[in-house]
Design a binder for this molecule. Structure first.
Ligand SMILES: [Zn+2]
Ligand SMILES: [Zn+2]
Length: 170
C-alpha cells in the first residue's frame, strides 16, 4: 500500500501515478488523456499517448497541445477545397506545393478531413485537385473498402473567391 499523499490535494489515498512526472495523485485529481482524442493527426506526439496526468502536468504539457489540435481540427472541417473534377475552377491556380497523400481510411470523409488537417498544419488555407479512391479489401468472409487520396495545398484569396461565388449565384 502506497502511503504517499496526492500531490495535488494531499488526500492520503493516492491511487494513481502521473505518467509524465511520476507524482502520486488521487482519483479525483487525475486528468485523463487518450491518443484517440486526436483522430486526424498522422503522428500523435509521445506526450499525447500518455494517459494519466497530475493537474499541473496536464495544464502545462497537455492542454496547450490539445487546444492547438482542436483549433486545427475546426479549421480542417471548414477548409475550402476543390476536387480534381472541378478543374475548370482551379485551372489558373498555381500549384507550387507537391501533392500530399493519405492512406488507409474507412471512408471518403475521413480521407478529406485528414488531408485538410495536414494542409492546416502546413499553414495553407485551401486545397485543390482533391482526389479520393477506394479499393476493395477481402476481410475473411466479407468485403470492406479502404480509402486513400491526395490533394495539393494552396493559399487562395478566399475573399475574392467568395465574391466571385456570390456573383455567380446572383
Ligand atoms: Zn487529489
Ligand atoms: Zn505530473
Amino acid at each position: 500500500m502506497n502511503k504517499t499523499p496526492c500531490a495535488s490535494c494531499f488526500n492520503p489515498k493516492s491511487t494513481h501515478t502521473c505518467d509524465q512526472c511520476g507524482v502520486r495523485i488521487c482519483k479525483k485529481c487525475l486528468q485523463q488523456n487518450a491518443a484517440s482524442d486526436y483522430p486526424l493527426m498522422q503522428k500523435v506526439p509521445a506526450i499525447l499517448e500518455k494517459e494519466i496526468f497530475c493537474p499541473s502536468c496536464f495544464d502545462k504539457d497537455v492542454l496547450p497541445l490539445a487546444q492547438d489540435y482542436q483549433a486545427k481540427e475546426q479549421a480542417a472541417h471548414n477548409l475550402t477545397y476543390f476536387s480534381k473534377i472541378q478543374s475548370k475552377e482551379t485551372r489558373l491556380m498555381s500549384r507550387k506545393e507537391p501533392a500530399i497523400t493519405i492512406k488507409d481510411c474507412h471512408d471518403r470523409q475521413e480521407v478529406i478531413l485528414k488531408l485538410a488537417f495536414m494542409t492546416v498544419e502546413m499553414n495553407f488555407n485551401s486545397m485543390i485537385d482533391v482526389d479520393t479512391v477506394s479499393e476493395k479489401l477481402r476481410n475473411g468472409g466479407y468485403q470492406t473498402l479502404r480509402w486513400s487520396g491526395s490533394a495539393v495545398p494552396v493559399n487562395l484569396d478566399l475573399e475574392k473567391l467568395e465574391l466571385r461565388e456570390k456573383r455567380r449565384l446572383s
